[in-house]
Design a protein around this ligand. Structure first.
Ligand code: DO4
Length: 309
């Protein structure tokens, strides 16, 4: 694989891992859902990441997720994978991602332990060294917050192509973009990035991971186009009708960054039931009903444009 020119820009799709009621990974549902995302105009697919319940997948399921993604995407957009957890496994997953032709990987946090910055540097370095052909995206999240100095050390590796913010520390984001814009790409990876994108635009960050694009990609696209066009009136409507109401539910229970996506997908009729793996818990009946009401109004006000034949 040649040296890339940077990570894919735009709205990033993070498919869920559909499980059957018996807890088995539903490959056909995954295929259909990823096909739905690609046809919905997502600019890249990030498979087996947080939304994909990375922490709950065994090795075989991880490979099935990747194989299904490559089959469903059919070369239309780049595929990035989730790589992280314990170091040996992370190195193996990066190797599998390279073998299967991924464009790169999102470096998820190490498992359990909080390390010193030297330890985070060594963690990322080990994976970079073992995946020289893949574009690496550092994910600032939980116990993996890379300091300016650590990022500076890691920029010695051409594999480092991106930094995804999952903590929302704007002072850190400003320092990082001021020093490393042009060297790495930046993306807003907050749990519901549409909420905070107006704070990232002035930093030159226009790429984000979109949870809602799993079930209303046309509304995510309308949001994105309105944001870039400075159409504040449409943005205000979308915040009032869709983004803030969904975000209010998402913040009410741990794990809703995953479970609420599955509920939204089920409500709009995608072949995904709301089955999740512990420690994630399903959406409550009350929150599910609220989501039904939000999406019913949203789809009436912002109908999906029929595709021209
Ligand atoms: O879906 C929005 C955020 C997705 C993400 O960061 C992840 O799945 O890891």
């Amino acid at each position: 694989m040649g040296q890339s020119t940077g990570i894919a820009k735009g709205i990033l799709g993070f498919p869920v891992a559909p499980f059957t009621e018996t807890g088995r990974l539903d490959e056909q549902a995954l295929f259909e859902n990823i096909r739905f995302l690609v046809e919905g105009g997502l600019d890249a697919i990030y498979i087996a990441c947080g939304s994909g319940e990375f922490q709950s997948l065994d090795r075989a399921e991880y490979e099935v997720m990747l194989d299904t993604a490559f089959e469903a995407v059919a070369g239309k957009v780049p595929i990035y994978t989730g790589v992280g957890g314990n170091l040996r496994t992370a190195v193996e997953l990066a190797a599998v991602s390279a073998e299967k032709g991924a464009a790169g990987y999102l470096l998820l946090p190490p498992y359990l332990i909080h390390g010193e910055q030297e330890g985070l540097y060594q963690y990322a370095k080990e994976i970079f060294d073992n995946a020289p052909t893949l574009d690496a995206i550092l994910y600032q999240r939980d116990n993996a917050v890379y300091s300016i100095d650590t990022v500076r050390r890691l920029t010695a590796y051409p594999q480092l192509k991106g930094i995804k913010d999952g903590i929302g520390n704007m002072e850190l984001n400003i320092c990082l973009t001021q020093e490393f814009k042009g060297r790495v790409d930046f993306l807003n990876g907050m749990p519901m990035a549409e909420v905070t994108m107006p704070a990232y635009l002035p930093l030159g960050i226009t790429t984000y991971s979109s949870a809602i694009s799993n079930y209303i990609p046309h509304i995510s696209r309308l949001y994105y186009e309105s944001l870039l066009a400075g159409d504040q009136s449409t943005l205000d409507d979308l915040y009032a009708d869709v983004i803030l109401p969904i975000n209010r539910i998402r913040k009410q229970r741990k794990g809703y960054a995953v479970a609420l996506i599955k509920a939204g997908m089920e409500i709009i009729g995608l072949s995904t039931r709301g089955y999740v793996r512990p420690p994630v818990v399903p959406v409550t009946k009350e929150h599910y009903k609220e989501m039904e009401q939000i999406l019913a109004k949203a789809l009436e006000k912002y109908p999906q444009k029929q595709k021209t034949p």
